[in-house]
Design a protein around this ligand. Sequence first.
Ligand code: NAD
Length: 306
Amino acid sequence: MTTIAFIGLGNMGNPMAANLVKAGHSVRGFDLVPANLETAKANGVAIAAAAGAAVEGADAVVTMLPAGKHVLSVYEEIVPAAAKGSLFIDSSTIDVESARQAHAIAAQAGMLSIDAPVSGGVGGAEAGTLTFMAGGSQEAFTKAETVLEPMAGRVVHCGEAGAGQAAKICNNMILGISMIGVGEAFVLAEKLGLSHQALFDVASTSSGQCWSLTTYCPVPGPVPNSPANRDYKPGFAAVLMLKDLRLAQEAAQSAGAVTPLGAEATQLYALFEAMGHGGTDFSGIINFLRGDSRGIPSEALERSGS
Ligand code: NAD
């Protein structure tokens, strides 16, 4: 049995911590929101009075927080409170620069650390089937694998510090762009009098095939459990897609990468969110492209230059 501290018990963190408890680990948790602490307690997590108290004597620490600034401020508090040689795993989706700073804080204090953001959403967190993409030393990764195992379907070592975050934002940039591409194709098909099913049957077995089409189809019908069949209830909310696309754009700017489609996708999701659709599943962008009542009038798209 390992003693694990878990900081950040929100939509993702709570089911992840619950799976660590189910695997027989002793889990101590902390969050700023009392209702989240109540849920954690009901799942068998021991509640600590503060983040620093949660990590005292823990073998490993998992953080699942909103953004880089939260991770860095929590690390400033918890790294000095942990035993030397403890393992720090940050599973939040954050910018690559902050991830590297978090590694540096841990390394200076003699800790092992990995950045290990996840793919799979709340469903994957509940089922214990998340994909973890990890960055850090081989030693840290090998130790982290056993901690991550009860929460994971797959754990991939992507490289050194920050490589997990890099993999996450590159993957989600592909996803954001491809969902817009698939949405545009269905909108064009509608205008041309082609049925959704006919386009799906052809493209899903042709060169247009991709995850956004075959697993997460943005029109109701062809893939019965995609969010389009439940009025675009998430799933993966558009606001989270926008967050990841912005992280990719920040990284592209600082690394000097040319990502014109990533930039365009960011702008389209920003407009979609500004029109009040941030809580909609990200595949709902098709309604925005179509300019129907759940999107925005097409003149607004023209005005934006998009
Ligand atoms: P969330 O907002 O539900 O949870 C974050 C939690 O962190 C909140 O409960 C908040 O109170 C807590 N927190 C913030 N500052 C804190 C502090 N100083 N000390 C202790 N707790 C603090 O968000 P979430 O959906 O669980 O996402 C967490 C991370 O996982 C984000 O980086 C997100 O981008 C990423 N992610 C989310 C999903 C998803 O589908 N929700 C999927 C993949 C990755």
